[in-house]
Design a protein around this ligand. Structure first.
Ligand SMILES: [Ca+2]
Length: 102
């Protein structure tokens, strides 16, 4: 069941660009309802903005999303992941996999 408070501070996810600082946009899992890893623990929450759905997954267990999947109504999806910049060491959002949900 969808609850409106699954992801906190997620409004910034809609403006993610390659290299966006993790400090500028860090969605918090307030009330995760989805188990993406399959270990029985809910590690993901949803956020709805206009006609887009964001699924934020906390893979490190610190309570904040490290992977965010943006899903559009036409089935296109973008997967954003936090990654350390090799040069500066800063943690930034990077666009990973993109595709189409069949
Ligand atoms: Ca995390």
């Amino acid at each position: 069941m969808w609850t409106p408070d699954e992801l906190g501070a997620a409004e910034c996810l809609g403006t993610l660009l390659d290299g966006t600082s993790a400090e500028l946009c860090r969605a918090e899992l307030l009330n995760p309802t989805i188990d993406m890893s399959g270990d029985g623990v809910a590690d993901s929450g949803r956020f709805f903005a206009d006609d887009l759905v964001y699924v934020g997954t906390d893979e490190t267990g610190d309570g904040f999303a490290d992977t965010v999947t943006e899903i559009a109504p036409d089935g296109k999806f973008d997967v954003w992941e936090l990654a350390e910049d090799a040069a500066s060491g800063a943690v930034q959002w990077r666009l990973g996999k993109t595709g189409l949900i069949a």
